[in-house]
Ligand binder design. Structure first.
Ligand code: PGA
Length: 275
């Protein structure tokens, strides 16, 4: 893992609480979300090929893989800096919930984080803010780092309701989450997911700053330590400009995380953007 001290401004988002002269640092995260793609064999092969290309990467590299591949990928990634995670979980500790999976099961298989509240879960599986909130609290309690996804639909955006929707999602999903919780927030506008319609860097920055403001209302200065990552049609050619925005602390990548070339280029965005 890279030493935090050797990282430069772009590598870590530095936030100067100048009234106290204290620098806060937020390490950039590039997270792949494989959704329902890749068998175990394909997943392990991918990780073996990816590792040498990202081993010196400055951002933290996360991979949210299918449940069935968590163990095999974790073993294949041992000793590397890849962080393996799941894409969903149930809020119960255990129980008669056919087809569900618990935080403890994910952890024991090797997962360190879990995506919660992805719009595909909200839309296709009717997940509510309340349910996501319960999962978030469970993940934190059991020691998994959640990546909480929020985002407005196209219709909500066109009606000028983006901020209203995000505030509701954030406050409801985060109810009773302790202020020192280790979690990551992902802003994923639904209209940008899988559509090749990426938010412009300015749009992303505006919404991320708004989300941080909502977090500040909930958690005060702790909000400056939370990483807010962007997701929705991220590709190698738009990654760097998104990450240049002061409140964009990382990227959640769907389609482009399925190919070694595009994912490694996004992870190495600084090298790509400067050549
Ligand atoms: P996309 O998906 O990069 O394919 O748009 C992002 C996501 O759903 O997390």
């Amino acid at each position: 893992m890279s030493s935090v001290k050797s990282l430069t401004f772009l590598e870590l988002k530095m936030y100067d609480r100048s009234h106290q002269g204290v620098f806060m640092q937020r390490r950039v995260i590039i997270a792949g979300n494989w959704k329902m793609y890749k068998t175990n064999d394909e997943a392990v092969q991918f990780v073996k090929e990816l590792e040498p290309l990202v081993q010196d990467s400055i951002p933290a590299v996360y991979l949210a893989v299918p449940f069935t591949a968590i163990q095999a990928v974790s073993e294949a990634a041992k000793g590397s800096q890849l962080v393996v995670g799941g894409q969903n979980m149930n809020n119960a500790l255990e129980g008669a919930f056919t087809g569900e999976i618990s935080a403890r099961m994910l952890l024991q298989a090797g997962a360190r984080f879990v995506i919660l509240g992805h719009s595909e879960r909200r839309i296709y599986f009717n997940e509510s803010n309340d349910f996501i909130n319960k999962k978030l609290n469970r993940a934190l309690k059991d020691g998994l780092q959640p990546i909480l996804c929020v985002g407005e639909s196209l219709e909500e955006r066109e009606q000028g309701k983006t901020e209203e929707v995000l505030k509701k999602q954030l406050t409801e999903c985060m109810a009773s989450v302790p202020a020192n919780a280790e979690f990551v927030l992902a802003y994923e506008p639904v209209w940008a997911i899988g559509t090749n319609q990426v938010a412009s860097p300015e749009e992303a920055q505006k919404v991320h700053a708004f989300c941080r403001q909502v977090l500040r209302e909930l958690w005060g200065d702790m909000a400056d330590q939370i990483r807010i990552i962007y997701g929705g049609s991220v590709k190698p050619d738009n990654a760097a400009e998104l990450l240049e925005q002061p409140d964009v602390d990382g990227l959640l990548v769907g389609g482009a995380s399925l190919k070694i070339e595009s994912f490694s280029q996004i992870v190495n965005y600084q090298k790509v953007s400067k050549t």
